[in-house]
Design a protein around this ligand. Structure first.
Ligand SMILES: Cc1ncc(COP(=O)(O)O)c(C=O)c1O
Length: 373
């Protein structure tokens, strides 16, 4: 494993293979939380202290995404980031948005708000659980404003070829909105290939709820306006003498109208210290090794594995479709193996491998599943 299990809360007894749902808390978050408590109590100096942590955290995010820090900020959730794009663009009747059928709900529902403006939602259908570039390409035309796709699918585990997707969307003059929630923190993501990137922080990034990465490529997406404005959106203000005078900030923080969730950001800062020190390339290699072994073992046992086998088309998730969820759920609980999808009871199970997992975890999971098979 890359980060020792004993650095996390609650991993002594269980085999935790569900970072794709919720990752366990780093024990060092307690110190980060204490730092937040101390800084929060410093009166007027509080803002200066908290803004310093926000600045460092934005720098860490920019490093992770290989982009300029001014293009990155932290909104409240990935879902909020997608809604910011929907509300931040001015739409015309006849425009369309392209998504995939296996997209997460928050990549789908926001666009339905545009129906009464005459905006069409086009849905690329998967084949054998894979979304291919041809099916996306066939839906794009000169009225396509946005293509929203997950870099790594939460549903199937498929990783898109980001460079090829980016080239395709750009060539057709549309904007690529990438949900990288299941990619950032586990595989290398070059965000500059997209026009907007959103990512939750409570899964692969080892943070908590309340903040999510929002990257907006200002050069490529100048028409995107912040949909909500507040005191934090501006770099200059007229004050009581000229209340309506203001200059919008030029950096991505213009998308944050008020105070962000600093407590979440302190914890994200701490998590990113750990992930960046480990190195994203090592993390990717480690996760691919473990998901490769999972994929191989599950296929051998005869399960319907939805995730593609080649390493370049998967990341930290291996997903399987089954009509035996209840039986699997019970067996895995008896073996103290945690995966995702057993409580929701949908027919899809997701097994995830991250920095605190090792080959032993993979064996335990496979062994438990083989007892059912
Ligand atoms: C692909 C994807 N995007 C977004 C989210 C939700 O993110 P948030 O709660 O930050 O809006 C999830 C949660 O499971 C997800 O799988």
């Amino acid at each position: 494993m890359l980060i020792s299990r004993d650095k996390f809360v609650g991993l002594e007894e269980v085999t935790h293979l569900c970072a794709g749902g919720e990752s366990p808390m780093l024990k060092s978050h307690e110190q980060a939380f204490n730092r937040f408590m101390r800084d929060k109590s410093m009166g007027e100096r509080t803002r200066e202290k908290q803004d310093a942590v926000l600045k460092t955290t934005r720098e860490q995010c920019a490093q992770l995404l290989s982009v300029e820090v001014d293009d990155v900020t932290l909104l409240g959730s990935a879902s909020e980031g997608i809604n910011a794009v929907m509300y931040g663009l001015s739409w015309q009747a006849g425009d369309n948005v392209v998504i995939a059928d296996v997209e997460f709900a928050s990549g789908v529902y926001p666009w339905t708000r545009l129906a009464d403006q005459g905006v069409e939602i086009r849905i690329a259908r998967h084949r054998d659980w894979c979304v291919d570039l041809e099916s996306i390409d066939s839906l794009i035309d000169e009225r396509t404003r946005v293509v929203l796709i997950s870099h790594v699918s939460m549903f199937t585990g498929q990783r898109m070829d980001l460079a090829a997707l980016s080239a395709l969307v750009r060539q057709r003059g549309a904007r690529l909105v990438l949900d990288a929630t299941h990619a950032v923190g586990v595989v290398d993501v070059d965000a500059s290939l997209a026009d907007v990137v959103v990512s939750s922080c409570y899964k692969w990034l080892l943070g908590v709820h309340g903040c999510a990465i929002f990257y907006c490529n200002r050069e490529r997406f100048p028409e995107l306006e912040p949909p909500f404005l507040g005191w934090n959106s501006v770099s200059a203000a007229g004050g009581w003498r000229a209340p309506l005078e203001m200059t919008l900030r030029s950096d991505a923080d213009r998308f944050i109208p008020g105070n962000p969730s600093y407590v979440s950001i302190y914890l994200l800062n701490n998590a990113l210290d750990a992930l960046l020190a480990t190195g994203i390339h090592s993390i990717e290699e480690h996760a691919l090794k473990l998901t490769g072994a999972l994929h191989h073992g599950l296929t051998d046992q005869g399960w319907e594995v939805m995730t593609p086998a080649p390493a370049e088309f998967r990341a930290g998730n291996v997903c399987l479709m089954t009509d035996r969820v209840d039986e699997i759920a019970q067996t895995l609980r008896e073996h103290q193996v945690m995966v995702w999808g057993t409580y929701a009871g949908d027919a899809r199970l997701r097994i995830s491998a991250h920095v605190y997992n090792d080959q032993d975890d993979v064996e335990k999971c496979l062994q438990a599943l083989s007892s059912i098979r």
